[in-house]
Design a protein around this ligand. Structure first.
Ligand SMILES: *Cc1c(COP(=O)(O)O)cnc(C)c1O
Length: 405
């Protein structure tokens, strides 16, 4: 038996907080996936239709990616053995960065261990306490953490509110510091798209650095999944593009694209790059194979969007509140079903799971109080039969809980 530490008083306050979560009905246990990530798979011993993953293009378990990982492991081993700046930069790391830079049509790229470290490491490296960050209120936690670590002054604009963003830029325009205007390309909780083109206009007008976090847009939006900059025809107008290798690309990692100078600077100053070991060759090779697939099998992205349009239309037709006031807010494969109270969203998620659908419940503080929801995410690999079955389960369960009338 493991040594028990639970009787010691030091961390008792954490147990008290967990009790609070349990009382509010928002405590969860991790669901455990027992096979590979797929449209139908097994969590906690139950077969479910999976509407919860970010495996947009079904690449998590793709034979060509697995083959690339195996080959790289056989030839190059399982780990790089050092951080990038000491002795851990392998040829394959440089090849992936060059490949991504070409794909994104930018001068240079640096790969990080995750999208989280890419954002946090970049924002905290390029700004200091004299500088300003003008940030959408719904930007990802990794941007917020990077902003805090930078010690720059943080000004938050109302979600996608261009007039408010401009007001904040105007407030600081005569201050000496650098200004960073930053948005998610796709917002992960509502599935709506950031107004990258219009923000780029503002950034130019006020001389701000423009940065986009394209985690949910990588492999999803733009030609062959090139992201929001391509979607909005903003090439050459966004100084810093962050993408993830953990979602549509199917593996793990994050990258930053921009000028040669930006990337060279990050090699010298981004702390996760300097102080944490780089990817094993298997991960890097997997990502190379994934970018090849984006170019050679664009029909995956077409299927993703066909499924997205179908599922969203059907959810609306059934009468679900899928966010937005007049039109659905979501424009992407992410569609929320707004339930309201946190406990109710969690109960809905649990009932769906029992009925055979995996859709994550999301409550405060991840989304505002009163806007708790379950979130659904499409992939290219869901069949029409699976989607129809999921819709039937959603309708029946929601009616049973009086979420639908
Ligand atoms: C998922 C996500 C990240 C983090 O990406 P990882 O590669 O999983 O670390 C960053 N930003 C946004 C908007 C995300 O949705």
């Amino acid at each position: 038996m493991a040594t028990s530490l639970s009787q010691r008083p030091q961390l008792r306050y954490l147990a008290d907080q967990i009790e609070e979560l349990k009382k509010k009905g928002t405590h969860f246990r991790l669901r455990v996936l027992e096979d590979a990530q797929a449209p139908v798979c097994h969590y906690d011993g139950r077969q479910v239709i999976n509407l919860a993953s970010n495996n947009y293009l079904g690449l998590c378990n793709h034979p060509k990616l697995k083959e690339a990982a195996e080959k790289a492991t056989r030839e190059l081993g399982v780990g790089p053995g050092a951080v990038r700046t000491i002795a851990g930069t392998m040829k394959i790391h440089m090849e992936l960065e060059e490949k991504i830079a070409r794909f994104k049509n930018v001068e240079a790229c640096v790969v990080f261990q995750s999208g989280f470290t890419a954002n946090a490491g970049t924002v905290s490296a390029i700004l200091g306490k004299e500088d300003f960050i003008i940030s959408d209120e719904l930007n990802h936690a990794s941007i917020i953490d990077g902003a805090r670590l930078s010690r720059a002054k943080i000004k938050v604009f109302r979600h996608k509110d261009l007039a408010h963003a401009e007001e904040l830029l105007r407030e600081v325009q005569n201050e000496p510091g650098h200004k960073l205007l930053i948005t998610d390309g796709v917002f992960s909780m509502d599935g709506d798209i950031g107004p990258v083109d219009k923000l780029a206009d503002l950034a130019e007008k006020y001389g701000a650095i423009m940065m986009v976090d394209d985690a949910h847009a990588s492999g999803v939006l733009g030609r062959n999944g090139r992201g929001t900059v391509d979607h909005f025809h903003c090439h050459g107008r966004v100084d810093i593009q962050v993408g993830t290798l953990s979602k549509a690309i199917g593996a793990i990692g994050g990258y930053v694209c921009g000028s040669k100078d930006l990337i060279d600077f990050l090699y010298h100053r981004a702390r996760p790059f300097l102080f944490s070991t780089s990817h094993p060759p298997s991960v890097t090779a997997t990502c190379m194979a994934a970018f090849d697939l984006l170019e050679s099998e664009p029909e995956r992205i077409d299927r993703l969007w066909q499924n997205t349009r179908y599922f969203k239309t059907e959810l609306g037709r059934l009468g679900f509140d899928i966010g937005g006031v007049t039109t659905p807010a979501s424009e992407t494969p992410i569609t929320p079903i707004i339930v309201g109270e946190g406990r109710r969203a969690m109960d809905f998620s649990r009932a769906l799971f029992e009925a055979g659908v995996m859709a994550t419940g999301i409550a405060f503080p991840t989304v505002p109080e009163g806007k708790a929801r379950i979130r659904t995410i499409m992939t290219s690999e869901h069949t029409r039969e699976q989607l129809d079955q999921a819709l039937e389960i959603l309708e029946k369960t929601a009616k049973g809980m009086r979420i639908l009338g």
